[in-house]
Design a protein around this ligand. Structure first.
Ligand code: AQP
Length: 330
């Protein structure tokens, strides 16, 4: 059976981008067709300046939202990264397999490092080595497929390279994973800066729709989205990024095709209104289920405990084999 692994970082409140680009597919398709593991990758949240209490709160909230999106703990394995030591054990071997040049080439490193420097802060070493930990997350489980949004594809490519290099040097140990991207909404853009992806840790929140935003807040953010010069509605990601983004979101929420949808509009106002309603309707059941689950934290904790135990059992033999392969007395 195909094995799938993917994760979310508790670096902020989960967004519409996380949902349309990744979580929705995990819940509606991936868990039914594969042996799937989904992880709140909390160690990754420590790569930038963070508040411990906030990370703890966001980790639990992310797990609750994943359940609210429809992940079924009877069908898939849901857990928190730091509760399974195999991730950090294997991460060190990945650091010994990768080069510093490979790490420095990662777009997300360049962007986040620049942001940290702009804020006058220093860049943590773990931000640079983050892709080694992500490779470990994926490779520990013999993962075949990694369903992610476009922004994570470069990291999965690196995980592939590391798996192949490790296998070549030390003998067949890891499955070489592949990325799967969604057909629409692989990259939901910020509503105020439509050339930048919608990100949960952006300081300016007006362009970011959070899954737990009240419906009226969602409507307001979408109605105020930056659109492009001109007034005709055409789907052109390069020349009309603002309008294309709205069409992508509308298409992802209604199951349509963004180009075909464009033909049905002759004003930005009508497009925004329909997009806002489509998002509110799409997210409504997630918000409702989240409210129910948030009232029962003991249930969420139990799901995470059982998930971590299962994940540990799955990862340990391969990580032990990797330790032995490189010459350690594991
Ligand atoms: N804007 C997006 N459009 C489509 N997919 C997206 N994803 C994230 N943003 C978008 C996908 O969501 C999954 C979980 O993301 P993550 O938690 O690993 O963090 P990220 O990729 O770094 O996303 P964020 O929300 O932008 O976080 P910050 O601001 O902390 O960097 C991944 O599959 C991702 O591709």
């Amino acid at each position: 059976m195909t094995r799938i692994f993917s994760g979310v970082q508790p670096t902020g409140h989960l967004t519409l981008g996380n949902y349309l680009g990744a979580m929705r597919r995990w819940a509606e398709e991936d868990q039914y067709r594969a042996d799937a593991l989904f992880c709140v990758v909390d160690l990754h949240a420590l790569t930038v300046d963070h508040d411990p209490a906030r990370v703890r709160r966001l980790s639990r909230q992310a797990a609750t939202l994943l359940l609210a999106c429809g992940l079924d703990p009877e069908r898939c394995t849901l857990f928190v990264q730091s509760q399974v030591d195999e991730h950090t054990r294997l991460s060190y071997l990945m650091e010994c397999t990768a080069t510093d040049g490979e790490m420095r080439r990662m777009i997300q490193y360049k962007e986040k490092a620049a942001r940290e420097r702009e804020r006058g802060g220093s860049v943590r070493l773990s931000l640079l080595t983050y892709p080694a930990l992500m490779a470990a997350d994926v490779l520990a489980y013999g993962t075949d497929e990694v369903p992610v949004g476009e922004d994570q594809a470069q990291h999965v490519e690196l995980a592939r390279d590391l798996a192949m290099r490790f296998n070549q040097r030390y003998g067949q140990t890891f499955v070489v994973p592949r990325t799967t991207l969604p057909v629409v909404a692989a990259r939901v853009m910020d509503l105020q800066e439509p050339t930048r992806k919608m990100g949960k840790s952006h300081a300016r929140t007006a362009g970011v729709v959070y899954l737990l935003d009240e419906p009226d807040v969602v409507r307001k953010k979408i109605m105020r989205a930056v659109t492009d010069a001109g007034s005709d509605v055409v789907y052109d990601r390069a020349e009309r990024p603002g309008v294309a983004n709205l069409l992508d979101v509308l298409a992802a929420c209604t199951g349509g095709d963004p180009r075909a949808l464009a033909a049905g509009y002759d004003s930005y106002g009508a497009l925004k209104k329909d997009t806002a309603e489509a998002v509110v309707e799409r997210v409504r059941p997630v918000r409702e289920r989240h409210a129910e689950l948030a009232a029962d934290p003991a249930y969420v904790d139990e799901v995470l405990r059982a998930g971590a135990e299962r994940a540990r059992r799955m990862a340990r033999p391969r990580v032990d084999a990797a330790y032995r392969a490189v010459g350690l007395l594991a």
